[in-house]
Design a protein around this ligand. Sequence first.
Ligand code: XMP
Length: 321
Amino acid sequence: QWTTASIVDEQVGAVREQIGDGRAICGLSGGVDSAVAAALVQRAIGDRLTCVFVDHGLLRAGERAQVERDFVAATGVNLVTVDARERFLDALAGVSDPEEKRKIIGREFIRVFEGAERDLKAQGDYRFLVQGTLYPDIVESGGGTGASTIKSHHNVGGLPEDLRFELVEPLRLLFKDEVRRVGLELGLPETIVHRQPFPGPGLGIRIIGEVTAGRLETLRAADAIAREELTAAGLDRDIWQCPVVLLADVRSVGVQGDGRTYGHPVVLRPVSSEDAMTADWTRLPYDVLERISTRITNEVAEVNRVVLDVTSKPPGTIEWE
Ligand code: XMP
C-alpha cells in the first residue's frame, strides 16, 4: 500500500539507483522541503552527501543557527555554510520587479553552489544536486501539466542553461503534508518537520520595492515579533504560515508620543492551507493581532502601521511577490 514507510523505501531506493557510488550536494534553505530531501538522501547515500547552507542575508532571525545546530544534531550530515550576504545584496541592488528578484536570487544561488562544489572537488566528484522540489512547485511553474507560469519558483524555473549538476528531486511527487510525514518517518524532530514553509528567495520577496540591508533589518525585526507572539499564543500548528511583508516604498503619517512619524507599513498575511495550492486567510484572535501590532510599532522604529491581509488564494497568492 501507499504508506509513508513505502514512500521512503521507494525513494531511498530510487536515489541509490540514480546516484550510484557518486556524491551529492544539497542546498539547505532553512525550510522543511530541503531538510526532508537532505535527510532522505542522507539515508540513501550517507556521508557521500554534503549539505551546503547559503546565508544569503534574506533569512529570518535565528534561522542560520537553527540549521547549523538543530538539523546537524538530528541528522549528523556534513554541513558547509557559505556567507554570501554581500553578494546577494549587490546583485539585488536597484531591483524592484518580483520576477527579476526571483531570477537573480535563483541564479546567485546556483553560482554560490557551483563555488562550493569547486571547493568540495578535492574530496571527490560531486555530480548531483539534491533539491526539495514538491509537486505544487512543478505545477505552478508550468513544468508538470502545461499550466501557465504563475511564479517562477527559483528551484524550478531559474536554473541556468549550463547547469553542471544532475538534479535529484526525491519529493517531486509529494504534497506538503506527505513531506512532513516522510520527515517524521526519517526521524527528524517536530521542530524541523512542522516548521512553517518559507520561500527560497526569503525576505527578498517580502520587501515590496528594492531590497537593502536596512530594509532587511526592519523586516527581520517585525517578522521575529510576529513569530514570537504566534508561538506564544500556541497558534503555530493552526496556521500554514504568516508572511510579514514590508511595504518599503509606501509611507504613512503616524504619531508616537509627541512626535509625528512618517514610516512604513508592514502587512500580516496569516493563511490556512492544506498544500499551498489554495489558502484562506486565518481568523487570528484580536488580542493576538493587537499584541503583534503594539509590539511591532513600539519596537521597530521604521514601522508605524500594521495591516492585515484578508485575501484568500485565489485570487491572492500567499506571498506578495
Ligand atoms: P504562493 O505565493 O505562490 O506561495 O501562493 C505558495 C507557497 O510557496 C512558497 N513559495 C516559494 N517556495 N521558492 C520556494 O521554495 C519560491 O520561490 C517560493 N515562492 C513562494 C510560499 O511561501 C507558499 O508557502
